[in-house]
Design a protein around this ligand. Structure first.
Ligand code: ZN
Length: 235
């Protein structure tokens, strides 16, 4: 089984991720609004909703979709629409899709990410990890985010990172401003430029690429991450 993973554009720069197993499962992650999801489904029935954290741009469409399709909603327990609360450490089986749940406090304290297991793994990273960046620390500490990111160390380089926003160009500009330009950074920057010029998403991106270009992922300590975060917040 190979899952089909499709980004759906929503709101200003959000991505809702549509994941299908080719049989029964048709799942969306972080539906910030319902209309673009319904359009992308084009008549196909939704079977579940997964949420990463409580921010409105990630959950705004969940209630409308839940009511229309009568589907379970998985996510942090502090979100009202969630009827299958998760805390991290669980495995969720949806049709042929096996998803591992990781608690990744930092951006928010309730933040969860979902790892799609199998021969083509994927990481639905919400606002914990972006391409070439990470989410702002609204609720948690840099130390917490550092530990959250370390949980990705065991994932294969081929794991496709599917984040909650199209922030890649701005993030790469920040990385370039740090100096230290590498071949991997040049290649990724060029690739993203071409994709974005064509109006295409810059994600998913393999975790192996992020391990070479994302300073937040490469940071060696919570302190280093805090320094980076402060610089990025003022960039
Ligand atoms: Zn958020």
């Amino acid at each position: 089984m190979s899952a089909v993973i499709t980004p759906i554009k929503a709101l200003k720069d959000n991505y809702v991720w549509l994941v299908q197993d080719g049989a029964e499962a048709c799942v969306v992650i972080d539906p910030g609004e319902a209309a673009p999801v319904e359009e992308a489904l084009s008549g196909q029935a939704l079977t579940a909703i997964l949420l990463t954290h409580h921010h409105a741009d990630h959950i705004g469409g969940a209630e409308a979709l839940q009511q229309r399709y009568q589907v379970p909603v998985y996510g942090p327990k502090d979100i009202a629409v969630v009827d299958h609360p998760l805390v991290g450490g669980e495995s969720v089986q949806l049709g042929e899709l096996s998803l591992r749940v990781l608690a990744t406090p930092g951006h928010t304290l309730d933040h969860l990410v979902y790892v799609l297991e199998g021969d083509k793994p994927a990481l639905f990273s919400g606002d914990t990890l972006f391409s070439a960046g990470s989410g702002r620390l609204f609720e948690g500490t840099a130390e917490q985010l550092f530990k959250s990111l370390r949980q990705f160390d065991g994932l294969a380089d081929s794991t496709l990172v599917c984040p909650g926003h199209e922030y890649t160009e701005g993030n790469l500009a920040f990385v370039a401003s740090l100096g230290n330009e590498t071949e991997a950074l040049r290649v990724r920057t060029q690739d993203v430029k071409v994709l974005r010029a064509e109006g295409l998403p810059s994600v998913p991106v393999p975790l192996g690429v992020e391990r070479k270009v994302n300073p937040f992922l490469m940071a060696g300590s919570g302190e280093e991450l805090a320094r980076l975060r402060a610089l990025k917040d003022q960039f």
